[in-house]
Design a protein around this ligand. Structure first.
Ligand code: CA
Length: 450
């Protein structure tokens, strides 16, 4: 097993000249340096940046302030998405993160970035954040075993955990075109809802059981050629970085449509991601062992088994979900945390997902997005969708103002947060992934009826 790759970029003593980056509660200290794509009113062309405290370092401009970047990195930083940069691979991404850290270091002398900070650093408040990559392909796994069990018990009680679950990292191909950066509105979908009684027709209209799924997502670095699987031992090197991901789900539509080919319209209306990509290298101190398999569970097949991955292929990311309703916002009541979980509960590691995805020769491309599946934990407070948390709406969440929610109503806003902490290291966070439910587009529905 190789040792955890830690270097000066993880040094807890390091400080930035951006003061807000040195505060204990920030998601973006100098030890993090996540990448994203932003624009401003005065310069509306999207460009690549790195989050630091309450600011964003404009990497397109800053690339002119250093001699240290290689030409391929310099070229990739001129683009409006991270795909070309990710395609350069993890070694180049590691270099970029190191150089960005040096640019933002408090101690750096003769630092061009510090000298020209007013030009190169933009206040986060002034930034519009965009989808970090052009997502050509999006795949959603089902690797949260506590979710698979809890949701299975509600959706298919006769067979809560499929017999293949402990052998196959189950996934389906999601819809890439409707992936959006969480900050905007998510429109309640229209669709067919299950018949009220067997033998009767389905009803049609706005989804009545709108839900979220708390997941993490990750982006591919260089990827693989068609026909060339990525071996498990190489797989974690192919992951550029991680984000928070909300796989919005229309449960009524899903229940009616999903057999036998799986979810379709119940998922494809929208998937939200956080705007920042926390680089794999920033997460090095927060890797943990893969979820221990209970006695009697099968050992993963060889193509999914790697000693190093078993020892540190898991991720310790504390996750939380906040809910804010229209009524709460009108009364200036802060969003309510309704549940917490942790990425360490995934039954399959991200590397196993990559190895499995490519074992048939399927080619993953730079900037492709992969969702882990809903990450529920073993306790009732860690059930990470409304479906599970409210037992399919039968035990609603009661909010401090007396409002109740079985599923999401129009105006409800869901926010995900994620944070890594470990003794001896500076905590880093993922920013937030937010979406507010907008009413269904019923004008088209009324036109059809008329
Ligand atoms: Ca999902």
């Amino acid at each position: 097993m190789t040792k955890v790759r830690l270097d000066e970029t993880h040094d807890p003593a390091r400080r930035s000249f951006v003061e807000a980056a040195n505060q204990a509660n920030t998601d973006f200290p100098i030890q993090n340096l996540p990448l994203g794509v932003f624009s401003t009113k005065s310069d509306p062309v999207p460009r690549i940046g790195v989050a630091i405290g309450d600011h964003v370092l404009d990497l397109k401009k800053a690339s002119g302030a250093t001699e240290r970047l290689t030409q391929p990195v310099r070229d990739a930083l001129q683009e409006t998405s991270l795909n070309s940069l990710f395609a350069l691979g993890r070694t180049r991404l590691r270099e970029l993160r190191r150089i960005a850290g040096d640019m933002l270091d408090q101690g750096a002398t003769g630092n061009q970035v510090r000298r020209h900070a007013s030009d190169l650093l933009v206040s986060a408040d002034e930034c519009t954040l965009h989808l970090p990559t052009k997502v050509a392909n999006y795949t959603d796994f089902y690797a949260g075993i506590y979710h698979a069990r809890a949701a299975g018990a509600l959706l298919t009680p006769e067979n809560p955990l499929p017999p293949n679950y402990k052998w196959v990292p189950i996934a389906y191909h999601g819809r890439a075109s409707s992936v959006q950066v969480g900050q905007g509105a998510v429109r309640r979908p229209l669709g067919q809802r299950p018949p009220a009684a067997p033998g009767t027709p389905p009803s049609f209209g706005p989804c009545e059981r709108l839900d979220f799924e708390l997941e993490m997502g990750f982006y591919l670095a260089s990827g693989n050629n068609l026909g060339k699987p990525i071996p498990i031992a190489e797989a974690s090197k192919e992951i550029a970085g991680f984000t928070l991901l909300n796989d919005w789900s229309a449960r009524d539509v899903q229940r009616w449509e999903m057999f036998p080919l799986g979810p379709f319209l119940s998922k494809s209306f929208g998937t939200s991601v956080a705007p920042w990509v926390v680089m794999s290298d920033a997460l090095a101190p927060f890797r943990v062992a893969a979820l221990p398999r209970p006695e009697g569970d099968p050992r993963p097949l060889d193509y999914l088994f790697d000693g190093e991955d078993q020892v540190r292929g898991g991720l310790d990311v504390h996750l939380e979900v906040l809910l804010s309703t229209a009524q709460m916002r009108a009364a200036n009541t802060p969003a309510r945390r309704i549940l917490t979980s942790n990425a360490k509960y995934l039954y399959w590691t991200p590397a196993q997902m990559v190895a499995h995805h490519t074992i048939n020769g399927c080619n993953l491309q730079a900037g492709d997005l992969i969702g882990t599946g809903t990450i529920s934990g073993p306790s009732p407070a860690e059930l990470s969708s409304m479906l599970e948390f409210t037992s399919a709406g039968t035990k609603p969440v009661v909010l401090p103002n007396g409002e109740q929610r079985g599923f999401l109503l129009d105006g409800d806003e869901i926010t995900f947060r994620g944070r890594c902490s470990r003794d001896g290291y500076v905590s880093i966070g993922f920013g937030s992934c937010t979406g507010r439910i907008a009413a269904a587009e019923i004008a088209s529905l009324q036109k059809q009826v008329a």
